[in-house]
Design a binder for this molecule. Sequence first.
Ligand code: PAZ
Length: 368
Amino acid sequence: MSQQQPNGALPNSEHADEYFDKHPTPKSLSKHQALAREFIQYHLENSPNRRIVLVTSGGTTVPLENQTVRFIDNFSAGTRGATSAEYFLQEGYAVIFLHRQYSLLPYSRHYSHSTNCFLDFMEESDGNDGRVVVRKEYQDKMRRVLQQYQFAKQNRLLLLLPFTTVTDYLFQLRSLAVLMRPLDSRALFYLAAAVSDFFIPRERMEEHKIQSRDDKGGSSGSGASRQLVINLDPVPKFLSTLVHSWAPKGSMIVSFKLETDPNLLVSKAEQALKRYRHDLVIGNLLTTRKWEVVFVTRDGGERWLRVPKARRSKSLSGVEELVGKAEGKHDPEPVDLEGGTVTEGMEIESLIIPELALIHTDMIEHGK
Ligand code: PAZ
């Protein structure tokens, strides 16, 4: 029997259970579970002190139809997640990278989705021997990236698991958190994915492609009669269930809060911490997220991390650059292309991750 809260609402965990009961298990779940189980077991057996971080990355979709033609999506390209994963690997973590399919990935992000086609990084060797080689100006960086990628691969430090829809994401988040329980305080959750707050309940979802009046063969009708009105329900607050029920008790849980209004950012981050009682909220604003974030802690602390102005990259990621251009948006900083390459700056994740690793160490050594 459902336990009602004073306002008549169900407690969060029951909303969560109800959500899972109403949605079919994604087809890929058992395969992803098996891969994750094996990955975690490998590290438990071979390096008992190894910490494992679950990095979530990219945006979730909200399908409008069961046989999905149209869906609601968001802006996230997965830059934060993919970049953070690399810095976690540098800190010695093993990384489960739960990401939106086809969004940016650790290491390959340097060459995919960019303004350059990957073929622009290559040329025919001048030895007339038919070989294709990396162009000289890219070799140093590509060697570094390749070495790091190979190290992660050879030591089985990186597991890539894709999702597409919000439901897909939530099923995987739940099962990964449960699988991570044996890690106890060595587990870290770094929730950078932009997860939809709204969805269409299954019972209200169309099976087939939604038809416009014209598609149905009717007359073109008035503007209003041809409108598509979408009625979305709130997604249950799964962070609460993650913290209080799925995740290992001693684990560290970090969530992100994105806002566009600077006046709301810190108070919304504080609200989230109070509500879900996890360890840290990292706040960021849409327009400045590449060079400043704020750490909001449970003791009321508020600390800003910033990339110094002189070291900021002059570009958003390639995807955003293209999307921004298409939408007529303005990059807050000028785009600076040098011979076709985007000027490299300091990445804010190089400040965020070492800081988190220190906090995590403190939690492991002294308890929460
Ligand atoms: O993927 P990206 O690098 O373009 O954006 C990262 C981000 C802004 C989605 C992330 O830092 C974040 O704030 N995620 C949580 C969003 C939210 O649900 O409030």
